[in-house]
Write a protein that binds this ligand. Structure first.
Ligand SMILES: C[S@@+](CC[C@H](N)C(=O)[O-])C[C@H]1O[C@@H](n2cnc3c(N)ncnc32)[C@H](O)[C@@H]1O
Length: 188
């Protein structure tokens, strides 16, 4: 299906700087993984977090979460409804992950969320996470200044890390060239 390439081991390379950065920072934290797909990063995270909650509209969320007694949950909701739920229920958000950003709000691609950007910014506004991490295709930055514009709408955050990663140099495809941006909150 559409997102199967994201399940291949080569594409796990996009997680390397995220896993390194989060190591030692997840204890008892509430992690929100927006439009998480299969939550492919979940098995790589330290399991000392307090809770992990992801959403997506897929039917077959199949990530193996055995071996942890933590609250790990997937909800089948659009990002708009998911953020409504977070706000309505007053859920904690310590760490916000927004991985595989598809640019659905700036280019026509019906498999990508056209509301992801707005939902992401709504979570930041209401949840005030201490750590925010974005990941996606470098081309969206080159074509749309996608991540830079997003950053401009996050005045309470400073970027602490920026990584450019080619997950599959032999493929030589823009889809494999990814970027990771990591932010920390600078105001309470
Ligand atoms: C490029 S994939 C990224 C998945 C995952 N975050 C990752 O990095 O592997 C985009 C995801 O957005 C989901 N999606 C598309 N429209 C959505 C919507 N309106 N609400 C929630 N998820 C949506 C798709 O089902 C897909 O899983």
């Amino acid at each position: 299906m559409t997102w199967d390439y994201l399940k291949s081991a080569k594409f796990y390379r996009r997680f390397d700087p995220i896993i390194d950065y989060l190591s030692g920072k997840t204890a008892d934290k509430a992690i929100i993984d927006l439009d998480c797909g299969y939550s492919p990063i979940l098995p790589f995270l330290d399991t000392d977090y307090g809770a992990y909650l992801g959403n997506d509209i897929i039917d077959d969320w199949g990530t193996d979460i055995e071996g942890t007694d933590k609250l790990v949950a997937f909800v089948k909701l659009t990002d708009v409804d998911f953020v409504d739920m977070i706000i309505r229920d007053g859920l904690e958000v310590d760490i916000l992950l927004c991985l595989g950003m598809g640019g659905g709000d700036v280019r026509p691609e019906k498999a990508e969320s056209a509301t992801l950007r707005d939902s992401f910014l709504r979570i930041i506004k209401h949840g005030k996470p201490q750590i925010v991490i974005t990941e996606g295709i470098q081309l969206w930055e080159q074509e749309y200044r996608y991540y830079s514009k997003l950053e401009a709408d996050m005045p309470d955050y400073k970027r602490v890390e920026h990584h450019l990663i080619d997950c599959d140099p032999a493929w030589n495809d823009a889809v494999a060239r990814r970027e990771v941006r990591i932010y920390e909150r600078i105001t309470k």
